[in-house]
Design a protein around this ligand. Structure first.
Ligand code: PAF
Length: 326
């Protein structure tokens, strides 16, 4: 019996390399992101994969996996156990501190403003900071404007936020904002969010409409307020050792794929923003569309002062005052 099992294992070991090793001359790379395949990250990841495989005649294959702990995924990209990650900037500031300026509340007026800044000189300057931290910033993608959800009450003014236990991303800029509003910010990875809401460890969370829809957060949250309190960029990051080994022609393929990922991702955000609120209402959420944005901005004045000290008022104004063509 034992001999038969040993023979069987030996046989499997002999065929395993043939079955699982990629074809000669083929390289498989891994891309992770935190959301379901049909989400705005999922479609971006798929566009990246399809472009790489098409332009390289399948010499490169891309495996897409989900990891909803973004900090862990960035670390894995840094050390090279995976080649690419699409992540919100939530934890990115812990690696590339210069990006934290993008996480300031009410910094961007609308999507055109955010996309314009990120695609222009400012965005390129920030991507240029990644290599010093052992990462390559390939392209700015998008998560979207964040909105507050909770299980306690409708939120339309800063007073309504007072005392709410709110899960935030592991991001100092966001945490300072919620502290300033009198909430109790609780930073945690997205992977821990649903149990924390179910157990009442936190009352609420904040995320863009595409995330709330794709993750069915309506199942664990009752009230949605369209606070749009902060724009949440995402970024496609690569492992430097992998990218530096590529020939210029192959590197161009990955750059092209990054562009395709951005287009697919942003189109999906636009679509979800158009349909998502109605969908969440249909799923039973109580939606507060009008909030007192001016009051939120006034209540955040002490936080804005601290950000000006941390990042420099001129840097913030340069982003805030960006106009098309500037
Ligand atoms: O809330 C977060 O952590 C992020 O917005 C998410 C959902 C992981 C997408 O990047």
């Amino acid at each position: 019996m034992r001999t038969t099992r040993r023979l069987l294992l030996a046989g499997l070991a002999a065929i395993a390399p043939a079955a699982f090793t990629p074809a000669a001359g083929q390289t498989t790379v891994t891309l992770t992101h935190a959301l379901p395949p049909a989400s705005h990250y999922g479609v971006g990841a798929l566009a990246f994969k399809e472009t790489v495989e098409r332009l390289s005649n399948s010499r490169f294959r891309v495996t897409i996996q989900r990891n909803d702990n973004e900090r862990e995924a960035i670390e894995a990209t840094q050390i090279g156990t995976q080649e690419f990650v699409i992540t919100s900037t939530g934890p990115v500031g812990n690696f590339v501190p210069e990006t934290l300026v993008l996480d300031i509340p009410f910094l961007f007026r609308d999507y055109a403003h955010a996309r314009g800044v990120l695609d222009g000189e400012i965005g390129r300057e920030l991507l240029a900071r990644f290599p010093a931290r052992g990462l390559v910033g390939l392209a700015w993608m998008e998560n979207g404007f964040r909105n507050l959800t909770n299980n306690r009450r409708e939120v339309s003014s800063p007073e309504d936020v007072r005392g709410l236990k709110v899960r935030t991303m592991e991001n100092q800029v966001h945490m300072r904002a919620f502290q300033t509003l009198g909430a109790l910010p609780t930073p945690m990875a997205f992977s821990e969010l649903v149990p924390a809401l179910q157990q009442g460890t936190v009352d609420g969370q904040e995320n863009p409409i595409p995330v709330i829809v794709a993750n069915n957060l309506n199942q664990v949250q009752r009230f949605l307020s369209l606070t749009r309190h902060v724009y949440s960029p995402a970024v496609l990051i690569g492992n430097p050792a992998f990218l530096n080994r590529l020939s210029p022609a192959d590197r161009a393929i990955f750059d092209e794929a990054a562009k395709a990922a951005v287009v697919a991702n942003r189109n999906k955000v636009t679509e979800d923003e158009q349909n998502g609120v109605a969908e969440l209402r249909r799923r039973g959420m109580t939606v507060r569309e009008t909030v007192d944005t001016a009051a939120f901005q006034a209540a955040l004045a002490p936080a804005f002062q601290a950000y000006a000290q941390q990042f420099g008022a001129a840097t913030i104004e340069r982003i805030r005052n960006w106009r098309p063509g500037s």
